[in-house]
Design a protein around this ligand. Sequence first.
Ligand SMILES: Cc1cc2nc3c(=O)[nH]c(=O)nc-3n(C[C@H](O)[C@H](O)[C@H](O)COP(=O)(O)O)c2cc1C
Length: 199
Amino acid sequence: MKLPPEKIERTVSVEQAISQRRTVRTFISEPLELHQFSQLLWAAQGITEKRGFKRSAPSAGALYPMDVYVVAGKDSVAQIEAGVYHYEPQGHMVSLVTGGDLREALSRASLSQMWMAKAPVDIVITAEYSRATIKYGKRSVRYAMIEAGHIGQNIFLQAEALGLKAGIVGAFHDKEIIRVMNISSSHEPLLIIPIGYQA
Ligand SMILES: Cc1cc2nc3c(=O)[nH]c(=O)nc-3n(C[C@H](O)[C@H](O)[C@H](O)COP(=O)(O)O)c2cc1C
């Protein structure tokens, strides 16, 4: 599904977004608009270069070993069915990986942090190290973790600018997350970012 284009002007300053950012763990069930969903994914890994290659977050050697998935609930995002989606930076679109509301299963796999299931969407950032090992060897793992941090902060600040709040979760069982989301085991989950309106 093609997403609406990003908007690059807004009244919230970067300083306001930084100073307001807080890890939030209570959400209401109010759905996100499609343009908010689109904007969050663009901030995470959207193409920001005219020639259509470089992205919103830096990447060592521009090798882009990261993927962004969304676990969306039922009635969580306008025009989006419940399911796991993969964000495709080329074309600014999402493709369905698995259908169904998997937020509770995702929360259980995250040491039963059930608050995550109340957020309309949980964004999952994964790394496929092999895309960078040709150039950086073992160091690619370090670089991918740094990249996950950049992507995570982009999402946090974009959420603030959209009037949304985000949480951040690093405590989960990797294999369980991969199983629940039905993604390739070559994609290691590094961060999960629940997003919605604060309760
Ligand atoms: C790598 C990382 C992993 C984290 N994992 C969790 C987590 O599993 N559950 C949780 O509730 N908070 C988690 N947090 C959030 C921290 O508890 C939070 O950032 C910290 O208390 C500072 O608060 P603030 O983000 O509101 O400034 C994590 C933060 C980071 C950076």
